[in-house]
Design a protein around this ligand. Structure first.
Ligand SMILES: Cc1cc2nc3c(=O)[nH]c(=O)nc-3n(C[C@H](O)[C@H](O)[C@H](O)COP(=O)(O)OP(=O)(O)OC[C@H]3O[C@@H](n4cnc5c(N)ncnc54)[C@H](O)[C@@H]3O)c2cc1C
Length: 424
């Protein structure tokens, strides 16, 4: 049996980006359970400018099939206010809108052109650890061996990561769907690229969102832990049909509920991302921002950090022991977790208990609409090219302004919560 240098399980954005980067230095096999030769529903995501440094060289940023348009405007929307961040107020766009499956497809093409091997429609069901190598067994009973295993299995490979002794992140059921219409109609309904709306009756865990592509808008929300597919789809249907604040956005657009995609999404990082001969990247490690469920950034960032850790180890023919791989854990925490504090703080403030969700969100959207410095600080977080040095002071300023807007009695009762949120 041929011994590979690296085997990656899972070709989402984390796995595909990492495969392309590492295959410059190592014999690499990328394995994906879904059948990528079949048509896979295209996601329409926001891809902020702060993702760019981690994947700058790997893609053609002008490719409209990958990035159909720039992301210039976000709306943090409540029942009363539109907190709009418009990049033209400050400078370059907030980022791009991505057709993420096209991006992944392009990364895999380049990986294969570079000599990497890609197996799609193949699921790995078991991993046996040996001191010199790992043995992977697929659902058909075939096996592979590798010096290093990289798990980029998202929220869909928890059994495998558990069997290797890793923690699994807390995870919730999410649903999204595409709505279609002419460009003119979509622009008439929605003049921003991204809308983020919170109502605890929709979910106590996350927002309802719209991401605008070309002739399509994706809509979705994060539901409950272990919510069934039927339940979340029926709720999505009711929201799309009846929920007043969004009716003007979906008016005249077409959708088919049977095309909705349901899957788990993780929210908080596990403690350890490496062990002897194994690394965990992206959402599998729970690396998704808690409040905005931004998971593409951690996918590309982990891929870049893992490559930087592994390149010198591959060159010196390392045995990839835990001590050597610890650098990956340290760098992921240093580069991503400072930025993550903002999402943790917002999650703690707004979702801690049901009673203040709506009023705090309303106040936050009012603050964004009225205060230019707050808008500028949010803008700067979108375009930051050095996340390890994300300015926590900016987030603190926003927190203080929000606290200052509370009516006297609420200020008294919520002050301890604000102080704790700022220390998270
Ligand atoms: C509704 C919704 C909207 C979102 N919008 C945004 C957004 O706009 N911007 C943003 O930044 N983030 C967004 N996110 C989060 C982001 O999409 C994910 O966090 C990110 O795509 C995760 O990437 P990944 O590569 O880590 O995992 P995944 O994309 O989940 O990839 C894991 C892959 O591993 C494969 N796999 C799993 N187990 C096995 C196995 N045993 N054998 C072989 N293959 C296996 C799976 O088939 C899968 O393809 C959103 C999430 C949801 C749910």
């Amino acid at each position: 049996m041929e011994l590979k240098d690296v085997i990656i399980i899972g070709a989402g954005l984390a796995g595909a980006t990492f495969a392309l980067k590492i295959s410059k230095f190592a014999k690499t096999l990328l394995i994906e359970a879904q059948d990528y030769h079949k048509e896979i529903p295209k996601r329409t995501n926001i891809f902020p400018e702060h993702n760019r440094p981690f994947i700058q060289e790997e893609i053609d940023w002008g490719n409209k099939k990958i990035f159909p348009c720039a992301h210039t405007k976000s709306n943090y929307m409540s029942d009363e206010f539109n907190g709009v961040i418009d990049s033209t107020e400050f400078g370059i766009p907030l980022g791009n809108i991505s057709y993420t499956e096209n991006l992944i497809g392009e990364l895999i093409n380049k990986f294969e052109q570079q000599g990497g091997i890609f197996h799609s429609n193949e699921s790995i069901s078991k991993v046996n650890k040996h001191s010199e190598y790992l043995e992977l067994i697929n659902a058909k009973g075939e096996s592979y061996s590798t010096k290093l295993l990289v798990l980029t299995t998202g929220s869909r490979g928890f059994e495998l990561q558990r069997s290797l002794g890793f923690e699994t992140p807390d995870h919730y059921t999410g649903a999204y769907i595409h709505l279609y219409g002419s460009e003119a109609k979509i622009t008439e309904n929605l003049d921003v690229n991204y809308t983020f709306h919170i109502n605890p009756k929709i979910s106590k865990n996350g927002p309802f969102f719209f991401n605008k592509g070309i002739e399509r808008v994706s809509a979705g929300f994060l539901g409950e832990k272990n919510q069934s597919k039927e339940e979340i789809l029926s709720k999505l249907d009711r929201i799309l049909k009846n929920y007043k604040p969004i009716q003007s956005i979906i008016d005249g657009l077409k959708y088919d509920l049977s095309t909705a995609v349901v899957g788990d999404i993780s929210k908080h990082p596990i403690k350890k991302f490496s062990q002897d001969r194994v690394l965990v990247l992206g959402e599998a490690a729970g690396l998704v921002t808690a409040f905005f469920y931004e998971g593409l950034l951690p996918g590309v960032a982990c891929a870049d950090i893992a490559t930087n850790t592994l390149k010198p180890l591959i060159e010196k023919n390392s045995n990839f022991n835990q001590l050597e791989l610890q650098k990956y854990d340290k760098d992921v925490k240093r580069i991503l977790l400072t930025y993550f504090r903002n999402g943790n703080a917002l999650e703690y403030l707004i979702y801690k208990d049901n009673s203040y969700v709506k009023s705090l969100w309303r106040l936050y959207t009012k603050l964004i609409s009225e205060n230019k410095t707050v808008r500028e600080y949010i803008y700067l977080a979108y375009i930051n090219q050095d996340l390890a040095n994300h300015k926590v002071g900016n987030d603190r300023y926003v927190g203080e302004k929000l606290l200052g807007m509370l009516p006297f009695l609420q200020k008294l009762s919520l002050s301890p919560r604000f102080i704790k949120a700022m220390l998270l």
